[in-house]
Design a protein around this ligand. Structure first.
Ligand SMILES: CC(=O)SCCNC(=O)CCNC(=O)[C@H](O)C(C)(C)COP(=O)(O)OP(=O)(O)OC[C@H]1O[C@@H](n2cnc3c(N)ncnc32)[C@H](O)[C@@H]1OP(=O)(O)O
Ligand SMILES: CC(C)C(=O)C(=O)O
Length: 409
């Protein structure tokens, strides 16, 4: 068993341990975005990869959404050993019962209930008063408590909810038996300082706060999902809900790989750890792209093709002297590799390095001459391959047979 998973169900212990629980919702919030749906087989493959990655909780789906999603949650619950398996449910009996049923085979099960709390959602979406929202949540939590090992309660649109009302809803949720309180920024509206203030307020005002885990679930509508998740951690959140490649509703959720590597790379700042096997980040990202048919953008942090690629001559020169000049993480720590790509922006240092790797012995005069041909080629071609370089060297040697020696090509 991955040591990351040992003892991952004790709410109180997690809050004092400097350990942030990673709740992966790739298979639920990620999957519900247009273009990303996965069938049962794809979900099962992804769930195994998430287990290997060391996530603490896998939200496997929304069983009431469709028969195949029910089956996917049930199969993941039966099959996986280490992580807690969560299933989403509205505060409705049918949803709760179907989540409980789907989770029956899980070693550690969690029903994840949600109910809107913001004035906008209360009035226009649910048509419910404050008191009705509180009563519906409490009744649902008590029912879910009998069907799973643990219950998480999410106050949908929490970050646009009146703080005193949110604290009251959460206090009732704790009394009813919820052990994880999730305050989602459902529409990606807030800034880091605002979410920090909300989590600080909640931890001070929710009755029973010391016995539960506070959780952040941030959306990326304004591009702040990761920053907001980190700010919530700074204010005491000890569970973060995130997805591989940041997939999810609209602009997506906080990207798991970004949250995890920010916490790791800036450990002295955040002083918390996760149980993620970071070397699995890149392969897990690629598996998701394969299963959904949605490519990872080249410039995506941590897992994009360009995350550790350098084409600019000045950067390549720096990298050849000391990789810390232009890389803040070691690519092997996320399962990736550094590449010095030769193209229009490259300089002599990187060109010479590649020629040496190709086992050409190159003097300065040859390098200058080949560099000129190389630059001309880059104006016609976006990147230059090893075969292109060998051809350039052959051409040069035919004109100047003694200038460069191909030791082997
Ligand atoms: C913030 C989030 O990401 S929440 C999760 C969103 N994910 C999804 O919706 C994906 C899966 N959903 C589905 O497959 C479908 O919406 C179903 C099967 C769950 C429900 O379908 P339908 O019964 O046809 O309802 P529909 O989706 O059109 O409308 C939502 C209903 O749920 C109610 N509802 C919404 N949230 C909640 C809640 N947390 N608790 C109780 N009821 C809720 C709405 O008021 C509405 O009720 P009404 O039918 O009485 O008017
Ligand atoms: C169900 C909840 C946690 C959610 O997805 C949201 O509010 O964005």
């Amino acid at each position: 068993m991955n040591p990351a998973h040992q003892g991952n169900t004790d709410a109180v212990e997690s809050d004092v341990g400097g350990r942030v629980r990673i709740f992966d919702t790739t298979l639920r919030d990620g999957e519900q975005a247009p273009g990303f749906s996965m069938d049962r087989r794809a979900k099962l493959r992804m769930a195994h990869a998430l287990e290997d990655l060391g996530v603490d909780i896998i939200e496997a789906g929304f069983p009431q959404a469709s028969p195949d999603d029910f089956a996917a949650v049930a199969e993941i619950a039966r099959t996986l050993k280490a992580p807690t398996i969560a299933a989403l449910a509205r505060c409705q009996e049918a949803d709760i019962d179907s989540a409980g049923k789907a989770l029956q085979g899980a070693r550690q099960s969690r029903i994840h209930l949600f109910l809107s709390t913001s004035p906008l959602h209360r009035e226009h979406k649910l048509g419910k008063s404050r008191q009705e929202v509180i009563d519906i949540a409490a009744t649902a939590i008590r029912r879910a408590r009998t069907l799973a090992h643990e219950v998480e309660f999410s106050a949908e649109d929490a970050l646009r909810t009146e703080p005193d009302f949110l604290a009251e809803v959460f206090s009732v949720a704790v009394e009813a038996g919820a052990s994880v309180l999730n305050a989602p920024d459902t529409v990606g509206y807030v800034t880091p300082s605002e979410i920090h203030a909300m989590f600080t307020y909640l931890r001070e005002h929710v009755r029973g706060a010391e016995s539960v885990v506070f959780s952040a679930h941030c959306h990326d509508d304004l591009g702040m999902a990761v920053a907001n998740s980190l700010a919530a951690i700074g204010a005491g959140a000890r569970q973060v809900e995130c997805t591989i490649n940041g997939i999810g509703e609209r602009a997506g959720n906080a990207a798991l790989e970004e949250v995890v590597m920010a916490l790791r790379t800036r450990q002295p700042l955040f002083r918390v750890d996760t149980g993620i096997v970071t070397q699995r980040l890149f392969p897990t990202s690629r598996l998701l792209a394969e299963l959904t048919g949605q490519a990872v953008p080249r410039n995506k942090a941590i897992v994009g093709d360009n995350a550790f690629a350098h084409e600019s001559g000045i950067h390549q020169h720096g990298m050849l002297k000391h990789r810390g000049t232009y890389e803040i993480m070691r690519p092997q720590d996320v399962g990736a590799k550094t590449s010095l790509v030769l193209g229009k922006h490259s300089g002599r240092h990187a060109l010479r390095q590649r020629l040496v790797e190709l086992e050409f012995a190159v003097d300065e005069a040859t390098l200058d001459a080949v560099f000129e041909s190389f630059k001309n080629l880059t104006d016609r071609q976006r990147s230059i391959t090893n075969d292109d370089l060998v051809a350039l060297m052959d051409k040069h040697q035919n004109h100047h047979p003694t200038a460069a020696v191909a030791v082997q090509s």
